[in-house]
Design a protein around this ligand. Sequence first.
Ligand SMILES: Cc1ncc(COP(=O)(O)O)c(C=O)c1O
Length: 395
Amino acid sequence: MNFKYSDKIRDMKPSAIREIFKSLGTPGAISFAAGNPAPESFPVDAIADISADIFRNSANAALQYSVTEGYPKLRTLVSERLRERFSVGADFDSTIITSGGQQGIELACKVLCNEGDTVIAENPSFIGALNAFRSLGANIVGVELEDDGISVTALEEALKSNPRTKLLYLIPTFHNPAGITMSLEKRRAVYALAQKYDIVIIEDNPYGELRFAGEKIPTIKSMDTDGRVIYCGSFSKILSAGMRVGFLCAHGDLVSKIVVAKQVEDVHTNIFFQMICAEYITRYDLDAHIANIRALYKHKATVMLDALDREMPDCVKFTRPEGGLFLWCTLPDSIDPTTFINRAKEALVFVVPGVAFNCDETAGSHSFRLNYSMPSDDEINRGVRILAEIIKDML
Ligand SMILES: Cc1ncc(COP(=O)(O)O)c(C=O)c1O
Protein backbone atom coordinates (compact mmCIF):
# COMPACT_ATOMS: atom_id res chain seq x y z
CA MET A 1 0.00 0.00 0.00
CA ASN A 2 1.28 3.45 -0.87
CA PHE A 3 0.44 5.43 2.26
CA LYS A 4 -0.29 9.12 1.80
CA TYR A 5 1.12 10.60 4.99
CA SER A 6 -0.02 13.90 6.47
CA ASP A 7 1.97 17.02 5.57
CA LYS A 8 2.97 17.43 9.22
CA ILE A 9 4.48 13.98 9.69
CA ARG A 10 5.75 13.09 6.19
CA ASP A 11 9.12 14.82 6.43
CA MET A 12 9.84 14.07 10.10
CA LYS A 13 12.92 11.93 10.68
CA PRO A 14 13.26 9.32 13.43
CA SER A 15 15.34 10.56 16.35
CA ALA A 16 19.04 10.22 15.50
CA ILE A 17 19.60 8.88 19.00
CA ARG A 18 17.08 6.05 18.64
CA GLU A 19 18.76 5.15 15.33
CA ILE A 20 22.18 5.00 17.03
CA PHE A 21 20.72 2.62 19.63
CA LYS A 22 20.16 0.07 16.88
CA SER A 23 23.96 -0.18 16.35
CA LEU A 24 24.77 -0.61 20.00
CA GLY A 25 24.40 -4.37 20.35
CA THR A 26 27.95 -5.02 19.10
CA PRO A 27 30.17 -6.51 21.86
CA GLY A 28 32.78 -4.02 23.07
CA ALA A 29 30.80 -0.97 21.90
CA ILE A 30 31.09 2.11 24.11
CA SER A 31 28.10 4.40 24.03
CA PHE A 32 28.21 8.06 24.96
CA ALA A 33 25.03 8.46 22.92
CA ALA A 34 22.30 7.66 25.43
CA GLY A 35 20.18 10.19 27.24
CA ASN A 36 19.20 7.63 29.85
CA PRO A 37 19.61 7.98 33.60
CA ALA A 38 22.01 5.48 35.21
CA PRO A 39 20.20 2.21 35.99
CA GLU A 40 21.72 2.30 39.51
CA SER A 41 19.62 5.43 40.10
CA PHE A 42 16.35 3.46 40.13
CA PRO A 43 15.11 2.64 43.67
CA VAL A 44 14.10 -0.86 42.60
CA ASP A 45 13.42 -2.46 46.00
CA ALA A 46 11.32 0.46 47.20
CA ILE A 47 9.29 0.46 43.99
CA ALA A 48 8.76 -3.32 44.28
CA ASP A 49 7.47 -2.93 47.86
CA ILE A 50 5.21 0.00 46.98
CA SER A 51 3.83 -1.86 43.94
CA ALA A 52 2.97 -4.93 46.01
CA ASP A 53 1.31 -2.73 48.58
CA ILE A 54 -0.74 -0.84 46.00
CA PHE A 55 -2.05 -4.10 44.53
CA ARG A 56 -2.81 -5.47 48.01
CA ASN A 57 -4.62 -2.39 49.30
CA SER A 58 -5.64 -0.08 46.45
CA ALA A 59 -5.88 -2.29 43.37
CA ASN A 60 -9.13 -0.74 42.14
CA ALA A 61 -7.73 2.78 42.21
CA ALA A 62 -4.60 1.63 40.38
CA LEU A 63 -6.49 -0.26 37.69
CA GLN A 64 -9.42 2.11 37.12
CA TYR A 65 -9.68 5.24 34.94
CA SER A 66 -8.65 8.38 36.76
CA VAL A 67 -8.83 12.17 36.37
CA THR A 68 -6.91 13.99 33.63
CA GLU A 69 -5.35 16.56 35.98
CA GLY A 70 -3.51 13.77 37.80
CA TYR A 71 -3.67 11.67 40.97
CA PRO A 72 -4.71 14.29 43.56
CA LYS A 73 -2.20 13.20 46.18
CA LEU A 74 0.66 13.42 43.69
CA ARG A 75 -0.48 16.82 42.38
CA THR A 76 -0.38 18.17 45.92
CA LEU A 77 3.04 16.66 46.64
CA VAL A 78 4.47 17.97 43.37
CA SER A 79 3.02 21.47 43.93
CA GLU A 80 4.52 21.57 47.42
CA ARG A 81 7.90 20.36 46.20
CA LEU A 82 7.96 22.87 43.32
CA ARG A 83 7.16 25.71 45.72
CA GLU A 84 9.78 24.65 48.29
CA ARG A 85 12.63 23.73 45.92
CA PHE A 86 12.16 26.08 42.97
CA SER A 87 9.81 28.87 44.16
CA VAL A 88 7.50 27.69 41.39
CA GLY A 89 3.74 28.13 41.73
CA ALA A 90 2.00 31.49 42.26
CA ASP A 91 -1.62 31.86 43.36
CA PHE A 92 -2.73 31.98 39.73
CA ASP A 93 -0.84 28.77 38.82
CA SER A 94 -2.06 25.20 38.69
CA THR A 95 -0.23 21.87 38.31
CA ILE A 96 -1.11 18.94 36.05
CA ILE A 97 0.58 15.54 35.94
CA THR A 98 1.75 14.69 32.40
CA SER A 99 3.03 11.55 30.69
CA GLY A 100 6.67 12.57 31.02
CA GLY A 101 7.98 16.08 30.65
CA GLN A 102 7.81 15.41 26.91
CA GLN A 103 4.01 15.51 26.90
CA GLY A 104 3.96 18.78 28.85
CA ILE A 105 6.14 20.45 26.19
CA GLU A 106 4.00 19.11 23.36
CA LEU A 107 0.71 20.09 25.03
CA ALA A 108 1.98 23.60 25.76
CA CYS A 109 2.73 24.10 22.07
CA LYS A 110 -0.52 22.44 21.00
CA VAL A 111 -2.75 24.77 23.05
CA LEU A 112 -0.89 27.95 22.03
CA CYS A 113 0.44 27.59 18.48
CA ASN A 114 -1.35 27.52 15.17
CA GLU A 115 0.44 26.07 12.17
CA GLY A 116 3.02 28.58 10.98
CA ASP A 117 3.35 30.29 14.37
CA THR A 118 6.93 30.64 15.51
CA VAL A 119 8.58 28.86 18.42
CA ILE A 120 12.01 30.25 19.28
CA ALA A 121 14.44 27.79 20.85
CA GLU A 122 18.07 27.73 21.88
CA ASN A 123 20.23 26.30 19.11
CA PRO A 124 21.08 23.44 19.72
CA SER A 125 18.07 22.14 21.62
CA PHE A 126 16.33 18.98 22.87
CA ILE A 127 15.25 16.80 19.92
CA GLY A 128 12.04 15.64 21.62
CA ALA A 129 10.82 19.21 21.97
CA LEU A 130 11.90 20.23 18.46
CA ASN A 131 10.10 17.24 16.96
CA ALA A 132 6.98 18.00 19.01
CA PHE A 133 6.97 21.56 17.63
CA ARG A 134 7.60 20.28 14.10
CA SER A 135 4.76 17.75 14.38
CA LEU A 136 2.42 20.63 15.25
CA GLY A 137 3.44 22.64 12.18
CA ALA A 138 5.30 25.32 14.14
CA ASN A 139 8.03 27.37 12.52
CA ILE A 140 11.15 26.81 14.67
CA VAL A 141 13.70 29.61 14.89
CA GLY A 142 16.98 28.77 16.62
CA VAL A 143 18.93 31.35 18.60
CA GLU A 144 22.61 30.98 19.34
CA LEU A 145 23.60 29.53 22.70
CA GLU A 146 26.51 31.16 24.56
CA ASP A 147 28.45 29.81 27.55
CA ASP A 148 25.99 31.44 29.97
CA GLY A 149 22.81 30.70 28.03
CA ILE A 150 20.91 32.03 25.02
CA SER A 151 22.28 35.15 23.33
CA VAL A 152 19.95 37.89 24.54
CA THR A 153 20.87 40.20 21.65
CA ALA A 154 20.18 37.50 19.07
CA LEU A 155 16.95 36.62 20.88
CA GLU A 156 15.66 40.17 20.57
CA GLU A 157 16.61 40.20 16.87
CA ALA A 158 14.67 36.95 16.39
CA LEU A 159 11.65 38.37 18.22
CA LYS A 160 11.72 41.51 16.06
CA SER A 161 11.98 39.60 12.82
CA ASN A 162 9.39 36.92 13.70
CA PRO A 163 6.21 38.75 14.68
CA ARG A 164 4.27 35.47 14.81
CA THR A 165 6.35 34.23 17.76
CA LYS A 166 4.13 32.63 20.39
CA LEU A 167 6.58 30.61 22.41
CA LEU A 168 10.15 30.67 23.62
CA TYR A 169 11.36 27.16 24.57
CA LEU A 170 14.31 27.11 26.99
CA ILE A 171 16.27 24.54 28.99
CA PRO A 172 18.00 27.03 31.30
CA THR A 173 19.47 24.51 33.76
CA PHE A 174 21.91 21.74 32.68
CA HIS A 175 20.97 22.08 29.06
CA ASN A 176 20.43 19.06 26.84
CA PRO A 177 22.55 18.76 24.71
CA ALA A 178 24.94 21.59 25.65
CA GLY A 179 25.38 20.90 29.39
CA ILE A 180 25.41 24.63 30.24
CA THR A 181 23.32 26.71 32.65
CA MET A 182 21.82 30.13 31.98
CA SER A 183 23.05 32.92 34.26
CA LEU A 184 20.68 34.78 36.57
CA GLU A 185 21.18 38.03 34.60
CA LYS A 186 20.15 36.30 31.39
CA ARG A 187 17.12 34.71 33.04
CA ARG A 188 15.97 38.17 34.10
CA ALA A 189 16.71 39.65 30.66
CA VAL A 190 14.89 36.83 28.88
CA TYR A 191 11.82 37.25 31.09
CA ALA A 192 11.84 41.01 30.41
CA LEU A 193 11.98 40.33 26.65
CA ALA A 194 9.08 37.89 26.94
CA GLN A 195 7.09 40.68 28.61
CA LYS A 196 8.14 43.26 26.01
CA TYR A 197 7.14 41.04 23.06
CA ASP A 198 4.21 39.45 24.90
CA ILE A 199 5.19 35.82 24.41
CA VAL A 200 5.01 32.72 26.59
CA ILE A 201 8.13 30.89 27.85
CA ILE A 202 8.34 27.12 28.30
CA GLU A 203 10.95 26.54 31.01
CA ASP A 204 11.92 22.88 30.66
CA ASN A 205 13.68 21.70 33.80
CA PRO A 206 13.99 17.89 33.92
CA TYR A 207 17.53 18.04 35.31
CA GLY A 208 17.04 20.84 37.86
CA GLU A 209 17.44 18.55 40.89
CA LEU A 210 20.72 17.12 39.59
CA ARG A 211 23.14 19.93 40.51
CA PHE A 212 26.49 18.51 41.64
CA ALA A 213 28.61 21.70 41.48
CA GLY A 214 28.21 25.46 41.62
CA GLU A 215 25.45 27.61 43.07
CA LYS A 216 21.72 27.13 42.61
CA ILE A 217 20.18 29.73 40.26
CA PRO A 218 16.51 30.77 40.56
CA THR A 219 14.14 29.38 37.94
CA ILE A 220 12.62 31.76 35.39
CA LYS A 221 9.21 30.59 36.62
CA SER A 222 10.06 31.97 40.08
CA MET A 223 10.22 35.46 38.45
CA ASP A 224 6.87 35.02 36.72
CA THR A 225 4.61 37.80 37.95
CA ASP A 226 2.15 37.68 35.06
CA GLY A 227 1.67 33.98 34.34
CA ARG A 228 3.65 33.75 31.09
CA VAL A 229 5.98 30.91 32.07
CA ILE A 230 5.01 27.26 31.63
CA TYR A 231 7.25 25.11 33.82
CA CYS A 232 7.79 21.46 32.79
CA GLY A 233 9.42 18.88 35.04
CA SER A 234 9.72 15.13 35.38
CA PHE A 235 10.37 12.14 37.62
CA SER A 236 12.35 10.52 34.77
CA LYS A 237 15.79 11.54 36.01
CA ILE A 238 15.13 11.25 39.75
CA LEU A 239 13.01 8.07 40.08
CA SER A 240 12.48 6.22 36.81
CA ALA A 241 12.25 7.23 33.15
CA GLY A 242 10.09 4.26 32.18
CA MET A 243 7.30 5.27 34.56
CA ARG A 244 6.61 8.23 32.24
CA VAL A 245 5.47 10.60 34.98
CA GLY A 246 6.09 14.30 34.53
CA PHE A 247 4.37 17.52 35.54
CA LEU A 248 3.58 20.99 34.30
CA CYS A 249 2.90 24.12 36.33
CA ALA A 250 1.38 27.11 34.58
CA HIS A 251 -1.35 29.73 34.83
CA GLY A 252 -4.65 28.04 35.73
CA ASP A 253 -6.34 29.23 32.50
CA LEU A 254 -3.63 27.58 30.41
CA VAL A 255 -3.75 24.39 32.46
CA SER A 256 -7.54 24.16 31.88
CA LYS A 257 -6.91 24.14 28.12
CA ILE A 258 -4.04 21.68 28.53
CA VAL A 259 -6.38 19.36 30.43
CA VAL A 260 -8.77 19.30 27.44
CA ALA A 261 -5.88 18.63 25.03
CA LYS A 262 -4.50 15.86 27.27
CA GLN A 263 -7.91 14.18 27.45
CA VAL A 264 -7.69 13.74 23.68
CA GLU A 265 -4.15 12.35 23.83
CA ASP A 266 -4.22 9.80 26.64
CA VAL A 267 -7.08 10.59 29.08
CA HIS A 268 -4.64 10.60 31.99
CA THR A 269 -1.09 9.64 32.93
CA ASN A 270 -0.67 6.00 34.03
CA ILE A 271 -2.36 6.03 37.42
CA PHE A 272 -0.42 3.09 38.88
CA PHE A 273 2.89 4.88 38.32
CA GLN A 274 1.47 8.16 39.62
CA MET A 275 0.55 6.29 42.81
CA ILE A 276 4.06 4.85 43.03
CA CYS A 277 5.58 8.34 42.78
CA ALA A 278 3.25 9.66 45.47
CA GLU A 279 3.94 6.76 47.82
CA TYR A 280 7.69 6.99 47.25
CA ILE A 281 7.68 10.67 48.20
CA THR A 282 5.50 9.98 51.25
CA ARG A 283 7.23 6.90 52.63
CA TYR A 284 10.85 7.25 51.54
CA ASP A 285 13.45 9.99 51.57
CA LEU A 286 13.41 11.36 48.01
CA ASP A 287 15.98 14.02 48.90
CA ALA A 288 18.45 11.40 50.18
CA HIS A 289 17.84 9.36 47.02
CA ILE A 290 18.50 12.41 44.81
CA ALA A 291 21.65 13.20 46.83
CA ASN A 292 22.97 9.74 45.90
CA ILE A 293 22.22 10.32 42.21
CA ARG A 294 24.00 13.68 42.35
CA ALA A 295 27.06 12.06 43.91
CA LEU A 296 27.07 9.38 41.21
CA TYR A 297 26.85 11.91 38.37
CA LYS A 298 29.42 14.18 39.99
CA HIS A 299 31.81 11.25 39.98
CA LYS A 300 31.04 10.27 36.37
CA ALA A 301 31.23 13.85 35.09
CA THR A 302 34.59 14.26 36.83
CA VAL A 303 35.94 11.05 35.27
CA MET A 304 34.85 12.28 31.83
CA LEU A 305 36.19 15.82 32.27
CA ASP A 306 39.52 14.49 33.59
CA ALA A 307 39.76 12.16 30.57
CA LEU A 308 38.94 15.00 28.16
CA ASP A 309 41.49 17.31 29.86
CA ARG A 310 44.11 14.58 29.63
CA GLU A 311 43.46 13.24 26.13
CA MET A 312 41.95 15.93 23.90
CA PRO A 313 44.10 18.35 21.91
CA ASP A 314 43.60 22.01 22.88
CA CYS A 315 41.67 22.77 19.70
CA VAL A 316 38.74 20.63 20.94
CA LYS A 317 36.43 22.67 23.17
CA PHE A 318 34.03 21.17 25.68
CA THR A 319 31.55 22.45 28.26
CA ARG A 320 31.91 21.81 32.01
CA PRO A 321 28.46 20.90 33.33
CA GLU A 322 27.48 21.61 36.94
CA GLY A 323 24.68 19.06 36.78
CA GLY A 324 22.59 16.92 34.46
CA LEU A 325 23.78 14.18 32.13
CA PHE A 326 25.64 15.72 29.19
CA LEU A 327 28.55 17.68 27.93
CA TRP A 328 29.07 19.17 24.50
CA CYS A 329 32.30 18.96 22.50
CA THR A 330 33.19 21.14 19.55
CA LEU A 331 35.74 20.13 16.92
CA PRO A 332 38.03 22.59 15.14
CA ASP A 333 36.88 23.76 11.68
CA SER A 334 39.62 21.70 10.04
CA ILE A 335 37.95 18.41 11.05
CA ASP A 336 35.04 17.12 9.03
CA PRO A 337 32.43 16.13 11.64
CA THR A 338 30.78 13.40 9.56
CA THR A 339 34.10 11.66 8.91
CA PHE A 340 34.93 11.91 12.61
CA ILE A 341 31.57 10.45 13.73
CA ASN A 342 31.91 7.60 11.21
CA ARG A 343 35.44 6.81 12.31
CA ALA A 344 34.29 6.80 15.94
CA LYS A 345 31.48 4.42 14.98
CA GLU A 346 33.95 2.09 13.22
CA ALA A 347 36.01 2.12 16.42
CA LEU A 348 32.76 1.23 18.26
CA VAL A 349 32.48 4.52 20.15
CA PHE A 350 29.07 6.14 19.73
CA VAL A 351 28.36 9.84 20.18
CA VAL A 352 25.42 11.92 18.98
CA PRO A 353 26.32 14.31 16.14
CA GLY A 354 25.46 17.94 16.83
CA VAL A 355 23.31 18.18 13.68
CA ALA A 356 20.68 16.04 15.45
CA PHE A 357 19.99 18.96 17.81
CA ASN A 358 19.84 21.74 15.22
CA CYS A 359 16.69 23.83 14.99
CA ASP A 360 17.36 24.11 11.27
CA GLU A 361 17.62 20.54 10.04
CA THR A 362 19.62 21.57 6.98
CA ALA A 363 22.41 23.28 8.97
CA GLY A 364 25.72 21.62 9.84
CA SER A 365 27.45 21.29 13.21
CA HIS A 366 31.01 20.77 14.37
CA SER A 367 29.83 19.60 17.78
CA PHE A 368 28.79 16.31 19.33
CA ARG A 369 27.11 15.32 22.59
CA LEU A 370 28.65 13.06 25.22
CA ASN A 371 26.62 11.35 27.93
CA TYR A 372 28.35 10.29 31.16
CA SER A 373 25.47 8.78 33.16
CA MET A 374 25.44 5.38 31.39
CA PRO A 375 29.06 4.30 30.64
CA SER A 376 31.32 2.83 33.34
CA ASP A 377 34.45 4.70 34.48
CA ASP A 378 36.57 2.34 32.41
CA GLU A 379 34.40 2.86 29.32
CA ILE A 380 34.62 6.64 29.77
CA ASN A 381 38.43 6.52 29.95
CA ARG A 382 38.81 4.12 27.02
CA GLY A 383 36.15 5.81 24.89
CA VAL A 384 37.52 9.33 25.34
CA ARG A 385 41.04 8.09 24.52
CA ILE A 386 39.76 6.51 21.27
CA LEU A 387 37.91 9.71 20.29
CA ALA A 388 41.02 11.80 21.02
CA GLU A 389 43.23 9.48 18.95
CA ILE A 390 40.90 9.79 15.97
CA ILE A 391 40.90 13.60 16.26
CA LYS A 392 44.71 13.76 16.57
CA ASP A 393 44.99 11.53 13.51
CA MET A 394 42.66 13.80 11.54
CA LEU A 395 44.40 17.06 12.47
C1 LIG B 1 15.57 18.70 27.99
C2 LIG B 1 14.61 17.59 28.15
N1 LIG B 1 13.32 17.86 28.32
C3 LIG B 1 12.41 16.89 28.48
C4 LIG B 1 12.76 15.57 28.45
C5 LIG B 1 11.67 14.56 28.56
O1 LIG B 1 11.79 13.73 29.61
P1 LIG B 1 10.61 12.78 30.06
O2 LIG B 1 9.54 12.83 29.01
O3 LIG B 1 11.22 11.45 30.20
O4 LIG B 1 10.13 13.36 31.34
C6 LIG B 1 14.10 15.22 28.28
C7 LIG B 1 14.51 13.82 28.22
O5 LIG B 1 15.58 13.43 27.93
C8 LIG B 1 15.05 16.26 28.12
O6 LIG B 1 16.34 16.01 27.93
